[in-house]
Design a protein around this ligand. Structure first.
Ligand SMILES: Nc1ncnc2c1ncn2[C@@H]1O[C@H](COP(=O)(O)OP(=O)(O)OP(=O)(O)O)[C@@H](O)[C@H]1O
Ligand SMILES: [Mg+2]
Length: 299
């Protein structure tokens, strides 16, 4: 598979803050890679280095085999970028700014596609930007990013402020560019978004990639939360290897279930009368906690 983004041992400090200590991962052609990590972990710093906006202290970052700092001009013709907090010209309309963004990229605009994007994102391009809400400012950048073809899309929490319906619109366009063979790097705090869209994820903590690989490979890190109510007492649930952090509340039991031991749980529960069974998907937070426990040798 062709490597499109190659990041190797990036380091970056701001004064005394070590923002990146060792960031290494790749994005291949036609791949959507989720870039996740807690606040301040170094996602935006990595993306800003990829854009050539800041220079790494050491290590290398390449897009299409070209150095992101030295060859920024040629790289930018093939890259679209959407940050999580879009700054716009207050006195221009949304439509004007979309065109401005596109002309800055030197992109060939597909007018029909632009119209379609505005319709699907339910965006009114005639208002002055100062009047747009947070979500609508995001839409300006998203519509500009998708209205002309790019080979690489760098998204830094692009759906911050979008309602769930609009988030789906974003996802469908992201899938579309992927099918065309483009590569997408998507930083996000929303694990469900990453799970639905991404082939691979890179997890960053304190400036270091702590896990990267396909979501299937990372499944061993995930646990769902189960809320359970049965007619009978459940004996020895605590001793089952699939169950973690079992808490018995009044008439309900809450515990974490290993995602790859779902069947063991179903076999265990089979003889009982189940009155309620709720399963919540693993949250980003849990994934981190799991990883942290693993590193420290916990269960
Ligand atoms: N220009 C800067 N000057 C000083 N410190 C900075 C600068 N930019 C980033 N940092 C620091 O570098 C670290 C990484 O920040 P970064 O913005 O990359 O995190 P992030 O993963 O994008 O977080 P978030 O999820 O909150 O967006 C943080 O400790 C941040 O305070
Ligand atoms: Mg950030």
């Amino acid at each position: 598979m062709k490597k499109v983004i190659e990041i190797t041992k990036l380091k970056k400090t701001f004064g005394k803050t070590e923002a990146l200590t060792d960031v290494t991962f790749d994005v291949n052609e036609g791949e959507i890679v989720g870039f996740i990590g807690p606040n301040g972990a170094g996602k935006s710093t990595t993306i800003r280095i990829l854009l050539g906006l800041i220079k790494a202290d050491s290590g290398t970052a390449k897009i299409f085999g070209e150095d992101v700092w030295d060859d920024a001009v040629s790289i930018h013709k093939r890259v679209a970028y959407v940050p999580g907090d879009v700054n716009l010209w207050p006195n221009l309309t949304g439509g004007q700014v979309i065109d401005l963004f596109l002309s800055m990229r030197g992109a060939k605009v597909d007018k029909k596609r632009k119209e379609e994007l505005m319709k699907r994102f339910e965006f009114d391009p005639t208002k002055k930007c100062r009047a747009y809400s947070k979500g609508n400012r995001q839409k300006v950048a998203l519509i500009a990013a998708f209205a002309a073809d790019a080979d690489v899309y760098l998204f830094d929490e692009p759906t911050a402020g979008l309602d769930p319906l609009q988030e789906r619109v974003f996802q469908s366009y992201a899938r579309e560019v992927q099918q065309r063979g483009a590569s997408v790097l998507l930083s996000s705090h929303i694990l469900s978004e990453v799970e639905q869209l991404c082939d691979k994820v890179a997890i960053i903590r304190q400036g270091e990639i702590v896990e990267s690989g396909s979501l299937t490979d990372l499944r061993h890190l995930t646990r769902s939360q189960i809320n359970l109510k049965t007619a009978e007492e459940l004996p020895n649930l605590e001793e089952q290897s699939f169950a973690h952090n079992v808490v018995r509340e009044k008439d309900e039991i809450v515990f974490q279930l290993d995602s790859d031991h779902l069947n063991d749980f179903l076999n265990y529960i089979e003889p009982f009368t189940v009155l309620k069974l709720e399963s919540a998907p693993p949250r980003l937070e849990d994934l981190f906690m799991r990883h942290y426990e693993t590193v420290k040798g916990g269960d």
